[in-house]
Design a protein around this ligand. Structure first.
Ligand code: HEC
Length: 202
């Protein structure tokens, strides 16, 4: 009996030592967002996320009737709220996009395009915990038409035109410097006496 307890005690001690060593080995860098998650981690995370999406959302199809007005509205919205991370064309090629862990995906990719409408809506409304993807829905999901509009827009991303992207650039958030330059240019163009080349100081 005593021998058994001694063994058990020894085993526990060994497990603690191994645990501490493993933690010390893993911890430095564990919380860095510099690396990209390995393929298997992405697959498992996607699977778990799919399973964790309530089934009545998965079954929903977009209740918003697609129209050019709805798409135009969603384009403005996306340019203003989403493009900082996702880029106007959905490629995710922004200064922040690739540096998240996990990185911002290309929304035109089949992995995203193959998701159900309701699943995309769920992601936009509720966000994705432990990632850089915020929750955008205010109030009850039933009243969140804007996120459904965005689902329509994401579906259109693979066919977005250069003209539409140019239009979106006007809605992208601007830094103060960009805003000042723009104001200066507007004043200049409206005939006021400022020279945009020299009037701006750094
Ligand atoms: C602050 C950065 C940021 C902003 C702003 C942002 N996203 Fe995201 N988004 C992310 C990141 C990071 C991911 C990747 C999350 C992951 O892979 O789990 C993501 C993922 C997604 C996905 C893919 C979900 C999936 O299953 O892979 C969709 C769709 C999406 N975002 C839509 C939007 C829309 C629409 C907006 C604007 C309303 C938006 N995002 C704004 C960072 C952002």
């Amino acid at each position: 009996m005593l021998r058994r307890i001694k063994w058990l005690f020894f085993l526990c001690l060994l497990m603690i030592v191994v645990g501490v060593l493993a933690a010390l080995w893993l911890l430095p860098g564990t919380f860095s967002a510099k690396s990209a998650p390995p393929e298997w981690e992405i697959k498992i995370a996607r699977f778990i996320r799919h399973m964790a999406t309530p089934s009545h959302f998965l079954k929903m199809s977009n209740p918003v009737q697609l129209s050019s007005e709805i798409l135009a509205e969603a384009r403005h919205h996306f340019a203003d709220h989403c493009a900082t991370c996702h880029a106007n064309d959905g490629s995710g090629k922004t200064s922040m996009g690739p540096n998240f862990y996990p990185p911002v995906p290309d929304l035109r990719d089949p992995v995203i395009q193959d998701m159900q409408d309701g699943e995309l809506f769920y992601v936009i409304h509720f966000g994705i915990r432990f990632t850089g993807m915020p929750a955008w829905g205010k109030g009850a999901p039933e009243e969140d038409q804007e996120s459904w509009n965005l689902v329509h827009f994401i579906r259109q991303l693979p066919n977005i035109t250069p003209e539409e992207i140019a239009e979106m650039k006007k809605d992208n958030p601007m830094s103060r410097t960009e805003r000042e330059q723009q104001d200066m240019l507007d004043q200049f163009l409206s005939g006021e006496d400022v020279d945009p080349a020299t009037a701006h100081h750094h």
